[in-house]
Design a protein around this ligand. Structure first.
Ligand code: PLP
Length: 408
């Protein structure tokens, strides 16, 4: 039996070979600090009480399939949320619930791409997006996010990658893995590029509520109301329910005939899989009515804020590592000094596997985010602050001995 060619380039960044090595080391009886996925409940973050109640109340009705694109009460809450963020000319019909943003990313790529069509993806990139493009037999084409510009991309650089096969641009804001939050000016410039070339924007805004330091998030759809934008959001991170698989997308600006056809295809694809997890859907109204949980977590004294502080401070105290402090999400993308630690091109996974074996710490190397430079890895800021600081210290220590082990 032969597997389909389209699967050959698919690889999970967060649950790939380094993760398998971490599980192997763990099976040998070691305690491994696994910082591979942004999975807060796995680190003991409690589910908000409001959601626990919503789940309990929904037991009977959640036993039935919902409408394929989502239950009315979930859509009403999402519509109100989107309107509060400045979306224009949308209705419940433009909202599609999914088993996480993950399912919807695949769905939109299936709906939009013919073999060989191109989608612009950030580099580094949460590789759900490149994998979804590849599964639809499309081609991810990467645009750069620049470390020396606090990991911002550049609209002109993005435009330089556009060909006659380009159909969409993925914007992850706030970003995974860098935690960067994009300025309105940058978003507007990117929207203009998309408009000039008739591209759909895939705006992955799953971290829009995970903000620190007084930062405010602007939705791409609010800045570009007259052009096609698919905005992705969900409860996985803001409400600690990754396992519920609760995501949604809103189609704004799909006003012409092609746009209407596209939405009909999304409806058909939603119907083929009947509906998304209904428990998760019935949590949406309660969750969106309870922003306080997330705000508290991201404020001084809050769980994620204090973890971010501990991580960044520890990196700043280290000898071999540096980082751009993140204002959003729960990640930072750490640089290993390439002048002092000589990881060869293509060897970042090897570095991460040795780190798991030596220090029992798992991080995802840059290549897990389609990043070509070998001296980067992502930290998930979910362990206790002291544990995070200790892990950073251990990684720094591992860097100290790396060249000695490999070159002497
Ligand atoms: N988009 C981004 C940028 C993510 O970081 C993640 C998960 O880490 C997802 C989408 C997937 O989210 P979901 O749990 O809704 O599938």
């Amino acid at each position: 039996m032969q597997t389909a060619d389209r699967t050959k380039k698919i690889a999970s960044g967060t649950r790939g070979v380094v993760y398998k090595e971490a599980l192997r080391v763990q099976a040998e009886g070691n305690k491994v600090l696994k910082m591979n996925t942004g999975n807060p409940a796995a680190f003991g973050f409690p589910v908000p009480e409001s959601l626990k109640k919503a789940i309990a109340d929904a037991v009977q009705k959640a036993a039935a399939y919902s409408e394929s694109t989502g239950a009315k009460e979930a859509k009403e809450a999402i519509l109100a949320y989107d309107l509060s963020k400045g979306f224009k000319n949308i209705s419940e019909k433009d909202i599609y619930l999914g088993n996480g943003v993950s399912e919807l990313a695949e769905m939109v790529c299936t709906a939009l791409l013919n073999p060989g069509d191109e989608v612009l993806c950030p580099c580094p990139n949460y590789n759900l997006w490149s994998n979804s493009v590849l599964l639809a037999e499309g081609k991810p084409v990467f645009y750069e996010c620049f470390e020396d510009r606090k990991w911002m991309p550049d609209a002109e650089e993005i435009e330089s990658h556009i060909s006659d096969r380009t159909k969409a641009i993925v914007i992850i804001n706030p970003n995974n893995p860098t935690g960067a939050l994009y300025s309105d000016e940058l978003l507007k410039n990117i929207a203009e590029v998309a408009k000039r070339h008739s591209l759909v924007i895939f705006a992955d805004e799953i971290y829009d509520r995970l903000l620190m330091d007084g930062a405010k998030h602007t939705s791409m759809a609010a800045l570009a109301p007259d052009q096609p934008v698919l905005t992705f959001n969900g409860l996985s991170k803001s409400h600690i329910v990754c396992g519920f698989r609760c995501g949604w997308m809103t189609a704004s600006g799909f006003t012409d005939e092609e746009g209407e056809n596209f939405k009909t295809v999304l409806e058909t694809l939603s119907s083929v899989r009947l509906c998304s997890n209904t428990f998760a859907q019935y949590c949406v109204p309660a969750a969106l009515a309870d922003p306080a949980y997330t705000v508290e977590m991201m404020s001084p004294g809050g769980r994620l804020y204090e973890r971010r502080e501990a991580t960044v401070n520890a990196v700043n105290d280290s000898e071999y590592l540096s980082v751009i402090k993140n204002t959003g999400a729960l990640y930072c993308f750490v640089r290993i000094d390439p002048e002092r630690v000589h990881i060869k091109d293509g060897n970042d996974k090897q570095f991460a596997m040795e780190l798991v074996r030596d220090k029992h710490i798992m991080v995802v190397p840059g290549s897990g985010f389609d990043y070509p430079k070998p001296n980067y890895f992502r930290i998930v800021m979910l362990p206790e602050p002291e544990e995070l600081a200790k892990a950073v210290h251990e990684i720094d220590d591992f860097c100290r001995t790396y060249d000695e082990k490999h070159y002497r």
